[in-house]
Design a protein around this ligand. Sequence first.
Ligand code: ZN
Length: 99
Amino acid sequence: MIESSCHCGTVKLEIPFAPEEVTDCNCSICRRYGVLWVYYAPSHVRIIATEGATAAYRWGDKSLEFHRCQNCGCVTLKARSLTSGRKIRDRIVRNHRLH
Ligand SMILES: [Zn+2]
């Protein structure tokens, strides 16, 4: 079990196994966030946070949401936007730097 959280501990993530690959994306937003991404099926990620604990940022075609803790601002994950009509793979992408 891999457990991680934002800096203040408001948002916690539990993953059943360690990642085999980590992605260091160099796109305009990931470079600024300084994140390392690990991709999971949604069923493999348990998100422990109260309602309203995170805020989401959408840009471009708004098909992805970057979630951050409302209290400390740490980027915790990105995921497919549920409000976007665009069909993209449903997965949770966890920020591996949250350890
Ligand atoms: Zn936090």
